[in-house]
Design a protein around this ligand. Structure first.
Ligand SMILES: Nc1ncnc2c1ncn2[C@@H]1O[C@H](COP(=O)(O)OP(=O)(O)OP(=O)(O)O)[C@@H](O)[C@H]1O
Length: 255
């Protein structure tokens, strides 16, 4: 399902955090948002997953204006994996994943055999079946992140928002998470710090700086030495294969 923002602005106090953002996520693309700390990536995603209300502008989910859709309805269509996972109450892992099913249920409706099967499949997909009886708050950061991915999978939505999804994860689990998400074949928008991860998985990338989109395109169009210098103030080495295809980015620490 398409996610489209038109002229989204957000100010807090006298600080203009988002200065008119137009993005479009369509055709089951995996779209990355990159940009330095404080550039507005999380704020933009929070507007999309309705944690924050834009000061102005429109966010469309499919052909509906997001602000007019009941929260429960949008939760059937859009799931979120963010970097902060904290529950005051000591939930069991299984119950956290089962929460992914709640947008699909009526008030007081009991969990069905199908719900349990979906939850079991989600836990298996992230390799966390053996943790299902554990208390969520006792898991490591990386284990928690995989459980929150399982919850998002159990939600069975048409699009997914990822805010720094690989935070806490070791390299194996970073690649596992990104591959699982890529394999869903749905629209994904993800804030990503690691340019190599963005390069590997994103179909398109938006570059955010000081609350504005300053570049957009495929990873090889966007990730140039000049842009990385402008945005991150570092000297990058752009590594290409013999066919000129961008394969990785490394950094010159001696300059
Ligand atoms: N509630 C708030 N009050 C004041 N400033 C805020 C608030 N929320 C966010 N900001 C500011 O807005 C800017 C953008 O923050 P945001 O978290 O969106 O950046 P980000 O690109 O996700 O950064 P990071 O890469 O560090 O996660 C930052 O300067 C931040 O301090």
């Amino acid at each position: 399902m398409n996610i489209k923002t038109e002229g989204v602005k957000l100010s807090i106090g006298n600080k203009n955090i988002l200065k008119g953002i137009d993005i479009n996520v369509e055709n089951k693309e995996f779209v990355g948002i990159i940009g330095p700390n404080g550039s507005g990536k999380s704020t933009l995603l929070k507007c999309i997953y309705r944690n924050l209300k834009p000061s102005s502008g429109v966010i469309m989910l499919g052909d509906e204006n997001l602000s007019t859709i009941p929260i429960k309805e949008s939760a059937k269509k859009l799931a979120v994996l963010s970097q902060h996972n904290y529950y005051d109450f000591d939930f069991k892992v299984y119950d956290i994943v089962l929460m992914g099913r709640s947008p699909h249920k009526k008030i007081m409706e009991r969990d069905s055999k199908e719900d349990f099967e979906i939850v079991d499949a989600a836990l298996e997909k992230v390799g966390m079946t053996d943790f299902k009886e554990r208390s969520f708050n006792t898991l490591s950061g990386g284990e928690q992140q995989r459980i929150i991915l399982a919850r998002a999978l159990a939600q069975q939505t048409d699009c997914l928002v990822l805010d720094e999804p690989t935070n806490h994860l070791d390299i194996k689990h970073q690649l596992q998470l990104m591959s699982i998400v890529k394999g869903l074949n749905i629209e994904v928008i993800a804030a990503i710090h690691d340019l190599n991860i963005a390069l590997m998985y994103c179909d398109k990338i938006y570059v955010l700086k000081d609350g504005e989109i300053i570049a957009y395109g495929t990873p090889s169009e966007v990730m140039t030495k000049e842009l990385i210098k402008e945005v991150y103030e570092v000297d990058a080495i752009i590594n290409k294969d013999e066919n000129g295809k961008l394969v990785s980015i490394s950094y010159n620490i001696y300059k």
